[in-house]
Ligand binder design. Structure first.
Ligand code: SF4
Length: 223
């Protein structure tokens, strides 16, 4: 187990390696970020950013999107994949915002996760980035990177979220998640680029890999 001080040092080093880490989704309002995050499921932020300008030009808020039919939305979001389910979620989400929240995105985890298509990760993205409520989104990158480094243990997103939140003050949660996500996309990919990683001296996975690979001297002694 790593000490709280070590964990802070790891996050500080990741901050320095990825200065200004932020969500890569483009948005101007909480509603746009909520819709973009729903669209990002099983897609990429870059792909979503290509479709949202036209989508938000036509449906800039919950009121306008609530009046859409699925066949209006589907062509606009087709390239993000699972477009039928996503169109249904977007319209359902917009209608519930209008019916229950005056068309506004609520700054509350329970209210957000009650919306169609919105899970805990999506809710945390919106809370942390657009509503100034600390949130720690845990996606597959956060799971992979935090387990490899050894600052979290497990593959349950909610448990890993709780473990990571316990190590940092709330004001660092959202940025820390963004940093882990960027690290997972750029450096600690499924096939990790450990030689480019600024936390390799703290990383459990890197230590395991070093133990598995005998040094040149050890190899030559065996031959
Ligand atoms: S040292 Fe390698 S495995 Fe560990 S966090 Fe860095 S890139 Fe990932």
């Amino acid at each position: 187990m790593k000490s709280p001080l070590d964990i802070r040092k790891i996050f500080d080093a990741l901050d320095r390696q990825h200065p200004g880490a932020d969500t890569e989704l483009h948005y101007t309002t909480a509603f746009e970020l909520l819709a973009a995050t729903i669209l990002s499921a099983q897609s990429t932020d870059q792909r979503v950013n290509l479709v949202t300008p036209a989508l938000f030009a036509r449906y800039p808020d919950a009121e306008t999107m609530a009046q859409a039919a699925p066949e209006d939305l589907e062509p606009l979001i087709h390239s993000t994949g699972f477009f039928r389910a996503k169109a249904k979620s977007l319209i359902g989400m917009a209608r519930m915002l209008v019916a229950e929240h005056g068309g506004e995105v609520p700054a509350d985890m329970d209210a957000l996760t009650a919306l169609p298509g919105v899970g805990r990760k999506t809710a945390n993205v919106v809370l942390g980035h657009a509503l100034h409520v600390p949130g720690f989104p845990v996606d597959r990158h956060v799971l992979r990177v935090s387990n490899r480094i050894g600052i979290a243990d497990g593959d349950d997103p909610e448990q890993v979220e709780a473990q990571l939140c316990a190590e940092l003050p709330p004001e660092r949660w959202t940025r820390a998640s963004d940093t882990l996500i960027l690290h997972g996309r750029r450096i600690c990919k499924p096939k990790p680029l450990c030689d480019q990683c600024d936390v390799r001296t703290h990383c459990d996975e890197a230590a395991r890999a070093t133990r598995k690979t005998p040094s040149r001297t050890a190899r030559s002694r065996k031959q």
